[in-house]
Design a protein around this ligand. Structure first.
Ligand code: ADP
Ligand code: MG
Length: 592
């Protein structure tokens, strides 16, 4: 197939079957039934031959004819039933493999650092998990059992021909080499471009997703924008490519199709000759012609199936890229802290080499039960400090410890258990609001869910939804404001009740009337927890035990509100900007 393929790549088929237990054996059974089916399909020809033979000899009677017809009918039924069983089994296998593969990819994403996930566009990920993996189904369910049958059938036909008359059998191969040469040529030409075809296809589908997702922006800025051009461009590229590709194989493919069915080219004249010489009966000639034609049909199918096989191989290798994403290294043995002080030691962080280092050595200890606030200009690295604590990424230098244990020595699940992380953009799953909150603690009762919802100031807006807590978040999604979504995420966090809570601008969208109440609830429910808050509005963190000022990936200063007001010029400027903005807003409101 492909000379450059590595041995690893060549094992792709076994790898594919390994995604569903017992697939290999089942697929084998399917192949056996498919072969029985195809061979049963030859039996009616033999019956026709027997009838013809008797007829020519002049001793055909009713009973014999009936018997032969019955045999042909039974053989035909066996063919149909076995084919049904074969495809039934192969579809079962295929859908199980698909399921296994999808779960594997989902699992790979879950275990991967966030950075690796973000490195792929949503279009690309969707393309792989939904479309690409789906593409495997038809070839896997059809190509393998039927293809195997169609490879076997010409061989059986040839043997049968040879039994009838070896000279006719050899004659059937006369035009074959010529046809095969063109066939191989077609494969070579189209195979080389198959990868390019798939790439053009992937580019197009990822562009389409981006286009639709960004449609709001595109509408606002008109279709003259870059987006539209990129979108239209990727569709044009795809069209041009497919046309080019088809053109490149047009001639050889037609020639192959012209010569392949030429089994008759040899069989017909040779058998006529033999009949003329009296060394073959007319009925044998008829049988030979029927067998030769069966051969042709199967060989024509092989071409279709081999394309399917290549498609499948390409997809598997493509999906494998996702499966090979490095997951966060996990320790073999479990270590669970019994104390929740967080210690960042000389933490350095780089997203990518080109961009350069973002954190330049952060030393910070968050004592158990303390409230630490992280402030600083936008882009200063606040989120980048917080995220590695939940191990969204691993730090590039230095270490993070919780209760004296390096977080790399904990299982990812353990860390997820002890750290609650609420960010600015909170995702709601398309299940009920109640279930969305319950994610924080799967065995929570409805009362518990409602209690935290009240604490997080969700109660009021939830009661306005058509089905209250049972409204699907997907349905409610469009009506919920950013602030309301954030409050649902906060309720989720409160329910989880983890000993470490990190809020990354988690209340940024909250309106002033709810803000105070929400702050109080958060303060109450996080008492005694190790709390790290990143806040834009400085008024919300002035009670923090310690405020850390982060600028340009370095800690510029830290202390209490009073201390910082006294000595940090940056903090003073930020505070002035904040209160200035507030009084400006208040002034505006009064005027209005
Ligand atoms: P803050 O939260 O203080 O606004 P961030 O930690 O988000 O700042 O960002 C710090 C720097 O890292 C910025 O220059 C930002 O552009 C960059 N950055 C943030 N997230 C990513 C990311 N996922 N990939 C690459 N660079 C990033
Ligand atoms: Mg941030």
């Amino acid at each position: 197939m492909n000379e450059e393929a590595t041995t690893e790549d060549k094992k792709w088929f076994g790898t594919l079957l390994s995604y569903a237990k017992g697939s290999g054996g089942r697929l084998g059974t399917s192949v056996v039934f498919s072969m029985i089916s195809l061979i049963s399909g030859l039996i009616p020809y033999y019956c026709v031959y027997r009838i013809l033979d008797r007829y020519i000899e002049g001793n055909l009677d009713k009973a014999f004819t009936l018997n032969q017809c019955l045999a042909a009918l039974i053989a035909y039924l066996v063919k149909v039933i076995c084919f049904g069983i074969s495809t039934g089994i192969s579809h079962y296998v295929a859908f199980n493999v698909l399921e296994g593969l999808r779960l594997k990819v989902a699992d790979a994403f879950l275990k991967a650092p966030l950075g690796e996930v973000y490195a792929h566009s949503i279009g690309e990920i969707k393309g792989v998990i939904i479309d690409k993996i789906e593409d495997i189904e038809p070839p896997l369910a059809h190509v393998v059992p039927e293809g195997a049958g169609h490879i076997l059938l010409p061989v059986v036909c040839f043997v049968a021909l040879a039994i009838v008359d070896i000279r006719v059998a050899l004659a059937s191969l006369l035009a074959l080499p010529l046809g095969l040469i063109f066939m191989m040529l077609t494969f070579k030409l189209s195979g080389r471009n198959m990868t390019k075809y798939q790439e053009a296809n992937a580019a197009m589908s990822s562009m389409i997703v981006e286009y639709v997702e960004g449609i709001e922006v595109i509408k606002a800025f008109g279709k003259t924008g870059v987006s539209y051009e990129k979108f239209a461009g990727s569709i044009r590229d795809y069209r041009d490519f497919v046309i080019e590709w088809l053109k490149s194989t047009w001639v050889t493919m037609k020639l192959a199709f012209a010569f392949m069915p030429a089994t008759l080219l040899g069989v017909v004249p040779v058998s006529i000759l033999l009949v003329g010489k009296g060394s073959m009966t007319v009925s044998e000639m008829a049988l030979s012609v029927m067998l030769a034609m069966s051969m042709v049909i199967s060989m024509a199918k092989i071409e279709v199936f081999s394309n399917g096989l290549r498609q499948m191989q390409y997809t598997v290798l493509e999906v494998k890229k996702f499966l090979d994403i490095k997951s966060l290294p996990e320790p073999g043995t479990e270590r669970r802290p019994d104390e929740y002080t967080i210690e960042l030691k000389n933490v350095h962080f780089t997203y990518d080499e080109e961009q350069g280092e973002v954190l330049h050595g952060i030393d910070l200890t968050l004592n158990e039960g303390s409230f630490t606030a992280l402030v600083g200009p936008s882009g200063g690295g606040k989120s980048t400090v917080a995220k590695p604590i939940a191990r969204f990424w691993d730090v590039t230098g230095g270490s993070i410890k919780i209760g004296g244990i390096d977080i790399k020595d904990m299982k990812v699940e353990t860390l997820a258990d002890i750290v609650s992380f609420v960010t600015q953009d909170n995702f709601l799953f398309s299940r009920s609001i109640k279930e969305n909150i319950r994610l924080g603690k799967p065995d929570a009762t409805d009362e518990e869910v409602m209690r935290v919802a009240r604490a997080a100031c969700c109660d009021e807006f939830i009661s306005r939804l058509p089905d209250g807590y049972d409204t699907s978040a997907g349905e409610a999604g469009k009506r919920l404001s950013g602030g309301e979504r954030q409050r649902i995420a906060i309720a989720r966090m409160m329910l989880k009740d983890a000993p470490i809570v990190i809020l990354d601008e988690a209340t940024a969208f909250t309106d002033p009337e709810n803000e105070t109440k929400l702050q109080e609830s958060i303060a109450n429910l996080t008492r005694g927890k190790t709390l790290l808050v990143i806040a834009h509005r400085l008024s919300t963190i002035k009670n923090a035990d310690r405020i850390v000022v982060l600028n340009d990936g370095r800690i510029e200063d830290m202390g209490t509100q009073d201390e910082l007001m006294e000595r940090s010029p940056l903090y003073n400027r930020m505070w002035q900007a904040h209160t200035g903005a507030r009084s400006w807003a208040a002034g505006n409101l009064k005027e209005a």
